[in-house]
Design a protein around this ligand. Structure first.
Ligand SMILES: Cc1cc2nc3c(=O)[nH]c(=O)nc-3n(C[C@H](O)[C@H](O)[C@H](O)COP(=O)(O)O)c2cc1C
Length: 188
């Protein structure tokens, strides 16, 4: 695939085929994601793979219920904009995906968000070249239940930066419209 085609094909996918992903393929994609640039080559990213649809769904329920609690505690938060969808019983924040990768890392690494976001970008592109669809789902990061945190093996001193769902797409949509680049100044 040409790189420009890859950029078009990498879309946020929210509708997946009923097909599992071989674990070896997920490992390959994660390996590719680690080629991302990162501060001082510290590579602080750590990965949690949930390659079972019902476990992904359990995490979706946990995160969604915490989002709703947060909204009740803080009705003026930005979450208010998403209240209708969050209150929709059939809304699964992970869109019934067969696989989820949490990109996490130690809380005390200052560049963690940037490093993990770059790894996430690479991961999404690497998945696309292998015919997979992905979506970064910020709504899926609110995991608080201690038993569930233990189950996914998130160390106490780590935090989730990027929840990325993966699966074989039902279809690849056209890219949502982008604005013209806002170039503030050209000096030449
Ligand atoms: C940091 C971040 C958080 C996101 N969170 C969500 C989310 O919670 N749910 C969702 O459906 N999409 C989420 N997305 C996907 C965006 O909606 C999507 O990237 C955007 O609409 C552009 O579409 P494209 O990815 O196909 O180019 C997120 C994307 C990013 C980068």
């Amino acid at each position: 695939m040409e790189f420009s085609e890859l950029l078009i094909k990498r879309r946020s996918i929210r509708n997946f085929q009923d097909r599992e992903i071989p674990l070896s393929l997920i490992r390959e994609i994660i390996r590719d994601s680690c080629l991302a640039p990162n501060a001082a080559n510290r590579q602080p990213w750590r990965f949690i793979i949930v390659n079972k649809r019902d476990r992904v769904e359990k995490l979706a329920r946990e995160s969604k219920s915490n989002l709703l609690k947060d909204l009740e505690n803080n009705p003026t938060s930005l979450l208010k904009n998403y209240e209708t969808i969050l209150r929709n019983e059939s809304y699964n924040v992970f869109y019934n995906a067969p696989c989820l990768v949490y990109i996490t890392g130690p809380k005390d690494v200052r560049s963690l968000d940037v490093d993990c976001a770059l790894a996430a970008s690479y991961l999404m592109l690497a998945a696309t070249t292998r015919g997979l669809g992905t979506c970064w789902v910020a709504f899926g990061s609110r995991i608080k239940n201690p038993d569930i945190l233990k189950e996914i093996g998130l160390p106490a001193d780590h935090r989730i930066v990027a929840p990325i769902i993966l699966g074989y797409p039902e279809e690849i949509p056209e890219p949502p419209k982008r604005n013209e680049p806002q170039i503030l100044k050209i000096i030449q």
